[in-house]
Design a protein around this ligand. Structure first.
Ligand code: UN1
Length: 506
């Protein structure tokens, strides 16, 4: 390596103009999974700082909600311009902190740009309905108003895009945002905030202070945000375990909540499938980002008539995939986030083998210092769907199973809690339509002849099967960031009651 990772980190953060010191004694250590070395140590915010940030955001809300939607869109448009300028640097921070390949890092920033572009158009389309009323001389309509402060909690595996899916919509909807990034990826968050500050500086004085804030810290900061009744909406991305903690806390105070949790996503390969197409899509969906996406393909059902064609080819793809340092090589698979992720991968593989699974790959790969955890992606041929197959393990493990009956495989496909995304590979119109029908895939994302990962921002994203699909990002997800008022206007002339006439229109 030409430059050590801490120096590269400091140089990149400097390019953003981030002034927070990166070498605070006794601060929160940021470790890069690329080498397992510490690249920064940051000061953290306390629960009291969180209260102060929430108070500032609420003051900002009082002003921002009155700025016209299209003008709010202008700020997001400027932000997208600044993101375009910083795309390389931001992508590199994602690679350093999350261990993604350069193209995955850049792809994440592109998702930010895309949602900003979407939100700019949306800022002129925050429409309500005019509704036929049963009362003569009245008009009934609905109006969408800004909601309040939005708290955004994000996970390590997508250090910036999910924040932006929320922030871009929240901002055009008239809501300030407070971001609590993963403790593993706070640098990318500080960098995004610096880019946002550049847009605010260009925008003008009608952007109030505290429109977007970042809180660096641990669970106490997250809890203070989640429990505050001054935060109108909590949008949290992370594990189902995290969602089960956050959901009830927000519900207890009647707050609004968007949960974007795990996914135990599956693909079904039918007899008529284009196998080359399926192979590429499965390999990318299962091994991309070292299996650390909520949309990663984790289960694969292959029809028994093509099993002996597809699975050997898939095993070859697994055996030949390159695993390596994402900053130094063209490797397709980078590191796992930490030692615990590697351990849970190994536990799942051991359990699968104990249940009759045949494990191919999965072993540790030595890349650089042994503080880094790289693993060969694992393909596990399972006799049936059981044990770890029914859970999400955040690692590159694909469980492959044979099926013979289409109706049965649909049942198996849906027989797990967390199913965020799903795919069918078929050229049979009936199979395709059944998969997309009410008795088909139960997931929020159901794809045909493409893999489970790589969703575009134009569609609604997130919310695994257990909690209902599609809450962030595109489509009409914006409604969650606003409150609906139904207005009824009486334009009739009310004559004196003594005359017994209630309505006299016109
Ligand atoms: C996530 O893993 O948390 O569809 C988000 C995809 C990405 C988003 C994944 N657009 O894979």
């Amino acid at each position: 390596m030409t430059e050590d990772l801490s120096t590269l980190t400091a140089r990149t953060m400097d390019a953003f103009g981030v002034t927070a010191p990166l070498d605070v004694a006794g601060g929160m250590t940021v470790v890069s999974p690329v080498t397992g070395e510490a690249v920064a140590s940051l000061a953290t915010h306390s629960a009291a700082d969180t209260e102060a940030a929430i108070a500032l955001a609420n003051i900002a809300f009082r002003a921002w909600r009155l700025v016209p939607g299209p003008r709010r869109g202008e700020l997001v448009r400027l932000f997208a311009e600044e993101l375009r300028k910083s795309k390389e640097d931001l992508g590199r921070m994602v690679s350093i902190e999350a261990g993604k390949s350069p193209s995955e890092g850049l792809g994440e920033v592109q998702e930010m740009i895309d949602i900003c572009d979407f939100a700019v158009g949306l800022s002129r389309q925050l429409y309500g309905l005019t509704i036929a009323t049963e009362r003569p001389g009245h008009r009934m309509m609905e109006t969408w108003h800004p909601l309040g402060v939005v708290g955004i909690v994000t996970a390590f595996n997508f250090p910036c895009a999910p924040w932006c899916w929320n922030a871009a919509l929240a901002l055009v909807c008239g809501d300030p945002v407070i971001w609590k990034p993963s403790e593993k990826t706070p640098l990318t968050a500080l960098a995004c905030q610096a880019v946002f500050d550049r847009a605010v500086a260009r925008f003008g004085a009608d952007a109030p202070d505290g429109l977007s804030q970042v809180l660096v810290g641990g669970p106490d900061v997250g809890a203070a945000l989640v429990e505050s009744d001054k935060v109108a909406l909590i949008s949290a991305t992370g594990s189902t375990r995290m969602g089960r903690i956050v959901g009830p806390k927000v519900a207890a105070r009647f707050g609004k909540c968007i949960l974007e949790l795990g996914g135990n996503n599956a693909g079904i390969v039918c007899p008529s499938a284009d196998l080359d197409m399926a192979l590429r899509a499965i390999a990318f969906g299962a091994m991309g980002t070292a299996g650390q996406r909520c949309t990663t393909m984790r289960r694969l059902f292959v029809h028994d008539s093509i099993y002996d064609q597809l699975v050997p080819a898939l095993k070859n793809a697994y055996a030949s995939v390159s695993v390596g340092n994402p900053l130094e090589s063209q490797a397709l698979v980078g590191p796992l986030i930490d030692a615990a992720a590697f351990a849970s991968m190994q536990d799942a593989l051991t359990e699968a083998a104990g249940l009759g699974g045949t494990v191919h790959g999965g072993e540790r790969v030595s890349v650089g210092p042994d503080t880094a955890f790289y693993a060969k992606p694992a393909l596990v041929e399972m006799p049936k769907q059981c044990g770890p197959v029914k859970r999400e393990t955040f690692a590159p493990i694909l469980y492959v199973m044979k099926y013979s009956d289409f109706d049965e495989v649909l049942e198996l496909h849906n027989d797990v809690g967390g199913g965020l995304s799903s795919s069918i590979f078929t050229t049979d119109l009936r199979e395709m339509e059944v998969f997309l029908s009410a008795r088909g895939s139960g997931c929020g994302i159901a794809n045909v002849n493409i893999g489970t990962s790589g969703a575009e921002i134009g569609g609604a994203f997130g919310g695994e099967k257990e909690t209902g699909g599609g809450r962030e990002s595109g489509s009409d997800a914006w409604r969650a960031y606003m409150r609906r008022a139904t207005n009824t206007i009486n334009y009739s002339k009310n004559l004196p009651l003594a005359q017994g006439v209630v309505f006299d229109i016109g």
